[in-house]
Design a protein around this ligand. Structure first.
Ligand code: LLP
Length: 431
């Protein structure tokens, strides 16, 4: 499917996802982990579109969810709640009750007050709730500060030194079933070393807890990084072929080969919770050039997508590769690619060498499948964009573009301001 065709059919800005790439990434990781007894639980937060979830559910994926909303999405997409783990530091009573009723595989708990709350809700429902405690192994993942989670500087998990005491106390609770142990040290990890370090620290603990409490699983979290930047960034004139050749720095093969021997010795079912690795490079954000503006020494390419559609560059200084959809010959021009929002932070790239583009040209922001559409907002009263899923030579909208009126449909003018009066139009033709 040509992105140009999809842009013509569905308009821009448009997220486009590839079924083939989604399944390819899922299968690569799933088969690299074999013959370990394991379950891949896709991190729904990375991309929660029903079409994406259904595609993965049919491939046999479980899901890592963080809210009632995400669990309801999984169910709406035909996913199996008994293959879901529920993470997050602030689960509400209502969310816990809903998840128990749906029969989720495990709560990944982050604190003792949370265990107490789950115990209380399970007692009310007359059952035992399955629980895994998230251990914070205090390992530096060497990733962006806003997405590192495995050190004591973070709000996540319980310090490794305290874990055994926590299990001992939790084991005395009637309505708690200790089912597993969980960890997650951060996102967009591009080396295997921090994973190895963390698993080395946690494996002996998992074995001891398994012996004492009969755990079923160890989840090693998500975090496998992807390639965002390929040869295009270096100004390599072969960028359109070079980017296809780019290999993931951390392949599922390296990941699995390094961790499998350590995990095999634990003797538990292994869960992984990848988000970005599965869907990041399966998606692009297609946008159209509105204007090209030269001012001072700068060349600004103003596009119709903005930070509300893809916030990663503004929020994390993230790099997304940008390519014109029609291959352009000629010299590269150093350009800032920006959106229409009234903020200097509304940019996708700064001083990026790009082929010359013109008003109306289509460009694609690559690697936008993870933490793209899910992090979008209505800032500047811009409608949430459409999403399309490609399957071979077919494509369908998997999310319609939002209508502008939907943005304020649940807002009200308070009663003391009275009914909205029809504005009188100034009569025409009078001075
Ligand atoms: N498991 C847990 C407990 C997590 O907190 C996360 C991500 C994952 C799994 C999935 O991580 P992944 O495999 O996708 O790296 N918005 C940021 C990323 C935030 C990640 C939050 N937790 C970004 O755009 O880079």
């Amino acid at each position: 499917m040509a992105l140009e065709t999809l842009a013509a059919r569905y308009g821009t800005p448009l997220y486009v996802y590839s079924t083939h790439t989604l399944l390819d990434h899922f299968t690569k990781l799933d088969s690299a982990l074999a013959p370990l007894d394991h379950l891949v639980c896709f991190a729904v937060k990375a991309n929660s579109n029903l079409g994406v979830l259904r595609t993965l559910a049919e491939a046999g994926s479980g899901f890592d969810i963080v809210s009632e909303g995400e669990l309801r999405r999984v169910i709406a997409a035909g996913g199996d709640p008994t293959r879901c783990v529920f993470a997050g530091v602030g689960k509400s009573e209502r969310e816990i009750e809903f998840a128990i009723r749906q029969g989720i595989y495990s709560f990944n708990v982050e604190s003792e007050p949370e265990i107490e709350r789950i115990d209380r809700v399970a007692k009310r429902l007359g059952c035992r709730a399955p629980v895994a405690v998230r251990v914070n192994p205090n390992v530096d993942a060497h990733t962006h500060a806003k997405i590192t989670t495995g050190t004591y500087e973070n709000k996540f998990g319980i310090a490794i030194e305290q874990i055994e005491a926590v299990y001992a106390r939790a084991s005395r609770r009637r309505n708690i079933q200790l089912r597993g142990l969980q960890m997650h040290i951060g996102s967009q990890l591009t080396e295997v070393a921090p994973f190895r370090q963390a698993v080395e620290k946690v494996a002996p603990l998992a074995r001891r807890l398994h012996e004492k409490y009969g755990l079923e699983f160890l989840s090693i979290g998500g975090g496998i990084g992807i390639v965002y930047q390929s040869a295009l960034a270096s100004g390599d004139p072969r960028w359109w072929t070079a980017s296809k050749e780019a290999k993931s720095i951390l392949t599922p093969a390296t990941y699995a080969a390094t961790l499998k021997p350590l995990l095999q010795s634990v003797g538990l079912r292994i869960l992984v919770e990848p988000g970005r690795f599965i869907v990041g490079n399966a998606g692009a954000l297609v946008t159209r050039v509105e204007f090209v503006k030269r001012t001072g020494s700068k060349n600004f390419v103003i596009v119709d997508a903005a930070m509300n559609d893809l916030i990663r560059p503004a929020f994390y200084d993230a790099y997304h590769e940008i390519v014109p959809i029609r291959r352009k010959a000629g010299a590269m021009i150093s350009s800032d690619v920006v959106g229409p929002i009234c903020e200097s932070g509304d940019y996708f790239a700064k001083n990026r060498p790009l082929p010359k583009v013109r008003e109306g040209d289509l460009i694609a922001l690559l690697s936008a499948g993870a933490y793209g559409a899910v992090m979008s907002s209505n800032y500047n009263s811009r409608a949430l964009v459409a999403e399309a899923l490609v399957h071979g030579d077919q494509a369908e909208l998997v999310r319609e573009r939002q209508e502008l009126e939907e943005i304020w449909a649940r807002e009200r003018v308070p009663s003391w301001l009275g009914r909205q009066k029809a504005k009188k139009r100034p009569a025409r033709g009078r001075a």
